[in-house]
Design a protein around this ligand. Structure first.
Ligand SMILES: Cc1ncc(C[n+]2csc(CCOP(=O)(O)OP(=O)(O)O)c2C)c(N)n1
Ligand code: SF4
Length: 526
């Protein structure tokens, strides 16, 4: 058993000192050296478990290894019941536990199974995806009453209604625990909370939701029971319910739901014993314990006509074989994949430039994506787009770190320069790089595109000048493809002629100026 939490005062002090020292040396404007331990904001990124969580939570070793739950909290008891059932049924190795947002957000530290932690209320939706993609697994959605019955009402109702073959453990403590005691949908009439300080009034806040009864009105669920962890007898019943729900899932029967009335001594402001009594005396009369649905061995109608299951990789056609075939058939003339961000003001043809690039990419047999982002203003608001050109399938159209930034104005240059990958390129629409602008390890080329476009007869074609420069500098797409795309897209012949000239002008500018040091970083990187 690990006991990582014991750190002597000296240890702590020296750790703090080390941190402080490194932080002082972290990245600053004048000192671009970055300690790999720190992110660009100077904070240390920690990818490990906090030392307050142990490898094992043995019960009686002088109560050393306590969970993060408050004394007397029902979550700990429910965790134990689930863990015992998984072990007894031999399901540990195939279980995937979906933990919620709420006091049980750290459930993944307590269950040595597959774990996924999801956004508030979304556990049944995520559990659906997991179960459907891994039908042989045992998928548990674990949720509090705020999570399941407030923000996540739609998710639970629809997962239950679809008869997803998952198990939902719903811990109802009639309050929002984690956030300090706001009213939950299950808060009882008259019960005080921070958001109902005079007690819940049906006239204002409505009546408490009875989730087990509600779920049991649906056709698909096979097992719905409400239990309580209020005293030993009820805990034994809860144990049986937990086990039964998991057995039914193991046997592939259908959707199972166990609501567990559970004490929250801290928010209820009671000691653990009084909190348990309160569950018995106040909660159970409001939320009667009952088996609301037990359909085994009947198979509900939704179990029929189940379409054949495919793995995620098959469904997305991303098996290694598919990739090879795809890459093999592409007829391409470009030299390398590119992630490009084009940014400027609305009206500068920023989004159009991105669209032209992806059209060219498609014609060259590449995988492409174009993701625009712009404000509500039609003109002059800031606009940018992300363009991916790739031989492989594209995972996301969102580009956090472009290889190339095409900055159509100074604002975009300053705003997005730090995102560009080390060794990347910035093409800047301007006469020269601003004197105070410095980014290490990037090539910055200023192209007076607006001026050149003016001379050609239309300021509008500055984006095409930049496109010519981009193609020449990166060789990511063939200029011939650019011409054919322009010929198809630009209907006015006089404008097409200017576009052709703009494309050529941009290319020539790179050939003639960029590589002889006329434009570049102040430090002479050219
Ligand atoms: C989208 C979103 N909205 C709100 C919150 C704040 N929030 C965190 S936990 C919580 C409610 C927790 O109550 P419950 O689900 O009953 O769990 P408990 O803490 O009582 O176990 C809320 C509202 C959040 N994290 N995310
Ligand atoms: S606040 Fe309530 S629900 Fe949260 S850990 Fe404490 S007792 Fe448990």
């Amino acid at each position: 058993m690990a006991n990582e939490s014991v750190i002597s005062e000296t240890d702590q002090k020296s750790k703090l000192e080390v941190k402080t020292e490194i932080k002082v040396g972290a990245k600053t404007e004048t000192n671009p050296e970055v300690d790999p331990k720190f992110n660009s904001d100077g904070y240390e990124e920690i990818h490990s478990r906090s030392s307050v969580f142990f490898d094992l939570f043995d019960r009686k070793r002088e109560l050393q290894n306590q969970t993060h739950y408050c004394p007397g909290c029902g979550h700990g008891v429910v965790h134990k019941l689930i863990a015992e059932a998984l072990q007894e049924l031999g399901l540990q190795d195939r279980t995937i536990f979906v933990s919620p947002v709420g006091c049980s957000v750290f459930a993944y530290y307590y269950f040595d199974v597959g774990n996924v932690q999801v956004a508030h209320g979304r556990a049944p939706a995520s559990a659906t995806g997991i179960k459907r993609s891994c039908p042989g697994s045992i998928v548990i959605s674990y949720q509090g009453d705020g999570d399941l019955a407030a923000i996540g009402t739609a998710e639970i109702v629809h997962a239950a209604n679809r008869g997803e073959k998952i198990t939902v453990f719903f811990v109802n403590n009639a309050i929002y625990g984690m956030t300090g005691g706001q009213m939950a949908p299950t808060t009882m009439v008259g019960q005080k909370s921070t958001t109902s300080p005079w007690g819940r009034r049906p006239s204002n806040e409505g009546f408490p939701l009875h989730m087990a009864e509600l779920i049991a009105t649906l056709e698909a669920p096979v097992y719905v029971e409400r239990v309580a962890v209020s005293d030993n007898k009820n805990i034994m019943k809860a144990r049986r319910a937990v086990r039964k729900a998991l057995e039914l899932q193991r046997d592939g029967v259908g959707f199972t739901f166990v609501e567990i009335l559970s004490p929250c001594p801290t928010i209820w402001n009671k000691d653990p014993v009084a909190a348990r009594q309160w569950v018995a005396e106040k909660m159970i009369p409001t939320f009667p314990l009952n088996v609301f649905r037990d359909r085994r061995p009947e198979a509900p109608a939704v179990q029929e006509n189940t379409p054949p299951q495919r793995s995620v990789a098959e469904a997305l056609d991303i098996t290694p074989k598919a990739r090879t075939t795809n890459a093999g058939t592409a007829k391409r003339t470009h030299h390398k994949d590119a992630k490009i961000k084009v940014a400027g003001f609305g009206g500068q043809g920023v989004l159009l430039l991105g669209q032209l690039l992806v059209e060219m990419g498609m014609r060259e047999g590449l995988e492409v994506s174009w993701l625009p982002s712009y404000g509500p203003e039609m003109r002059s608001g800031s606009a940018h787009c992300h363009v991916c050109l790739s031989k492989e399938r594209i995972g996301t159209p969102l580009i956090s770190h472009p290889d190339v930034l095409v900055a159509m104005n100074e604002y975009s240059l300053r705003k997005f320069a730090h995102e560009v990958v080390s060794g990347g390129t910035i093409l800047y629409n301007g006469e020269s790089v601003p004197a105070d602008f410095y980014v290490p390890e990037l090539q910055v080329i200023a192209i007076p595109a607006a001026e050149m476009a003016d001379k050609l007869g239309s300021t509008k074609v500055a984006n095409i000048v930049m496109m010519g420069a981009l193609l020449e500098e990166t060789e990511c797409l063939a200029p011939g493809t650019a011409l054919s795309v322009l010929e198809d897209k630009v209907k006015k012949l006089d404008l097409l002629e200017i576009d052709r000239k703009a494309l050529t002008a941009g290319r020539l500018f790179i050939d003639e100026h960029a590589h002889i040091g006329a434009v570049s970083q102040p430090d002479g990187f050219a």
